[in-house]
Design a protein around this ligand. Sequence first.
Ligand code: GDP
Ligand code: IMO
Ligand code: MG
Length: 429
Amino acid sequence: MSNVTVIGTQWGDEGKGKIVDWLASRADIVVRFQGGHNAGHTLVVGEQVYKLSLLPSGLVRGKIGVIGNGVVVDPKALMTEIDRVTAQGLVVTPETLWIAENAPLILPVHGALDRAREAARGEHKIGTTGRGIGPAYEDKVARRAIRICDLAEPETLDWKLDELLLHHNTLLAGLGAETFTKEQLKDFLTEITPRLLPFSCQVWDRLDEARRAGRRILFEGAQAVMLDVDHGTYPFVTSSNTVAAVAASGSGVSPSSVGFVLGIAKAYTTRVGEGPFPTELHDQTGRTLGERGHEFGTVTGRPRRCGWFDAVLIRRAVRVGGVSGIALTKLDVLDGLDEISICVGYELDGQKIETFPSAPGAQSRVKPVYETMPGWKETTAGARSWAELPAQAIKYVRRIEELIEAPVTLLSTSPERDDTILMRDPFED
Ligand code: GDP
Ligand code: IMO
Ligand code: MG
């Protein structure tokens, strides 16, 4: 029996939320360890649709949800989300939601700077969610972040706000954006403190107790390996590490607690925001995938760019992410296509290359080399067993396993929680 860590293997929106919700029935605690409310996870349970950004998906199953120190917390966004899911019938109290007191806060200055910088970047913009994620992580590393525990110490807050504003107002003024006063930030913090502080605790200590008591932990990654600040398509990435190793440092547990690493991959590829995407389709097939897959960003509503499955990128995500098995989602979206292509290699400037290059110019010039298979006419939508899948769909899954050098241990065939096929229980590994 082990813990399980779920990570995205593409550019996000692979269906991590659905899979975490499904697996949460087998776990006691679900932990977010990086990212912030740039994440958007959609869970469909019967008639109810839950859209979560900061809250761990396990709350929907009535499990304990944890926001680890590796997450950047926008307190207003958090409270709005708590109010929304509470209205949907979920119970979110300091007993069911634990937030690390050493987690850094996202303040209004961060969103303002994120948006002002994106505007100034013009055609080289990253296409961020505009929610202040990058600037908040920068402040953490620069040692000027306001952390949740600071809210209980007015004297600390006072000098930290001065330092923070000196930095941010200089930048905002330089970009021609509105600056902030200390009063504005103080008012913001005074308003959120009484609601936020009761949730905060020493998460590492509680997780250690849980480990000693033999409780199962499910770590819920946000974003994905290709958006990882080191391993992704830099600079068109998010500002955190998204690989499974970070589950430990982002929540304060031993690296050995990470357990089985379940990588989530869509049966094709999507991306929101800017940046290289070798298998992107600008034709009718791309539009068909977008329409059938309802490919619109959960957070920003932007249409997602769509393309074929890129086995080379996933093989890399499997290696750098330490992926033990793959959950392949949205197989149903490929139903009825005459032919399906898989990227099995690349060409760069007329030369065959084995791996994806690191520099942005080369990344954007890479051309995919495809292998094409016949599609299937039957429907896989709603399938709950391997036996219900058409032979050609099984061949597609088997070919993917060969190419990415990892087993497919779960399959998802619709947004609905129970339309899931389990091949191997990751908690039993
Ligand atoms: P996440 O960010 O990785 O959690 O993914 P999102 O929730 O942002 O995006 C995935 C979308 O696909 C959501 O709207 C899900 O409801 C939906 N989805 C998940 N799995 C499947 C599947 O197997 N088939 C179909 N058709 N939709 C799915
Ligand atoms: P989930 O958890 C898809 C993308 C943004 C942008 C880049 C940087 O739902 O998979 P940021 O605001 O993080 O500085 O934006 O990263 N991005 C995501 N794309 N799914 C996400 O989360 C994303 N979180 C950030 O679109 O390209
Ligand atoms: Mg998403």
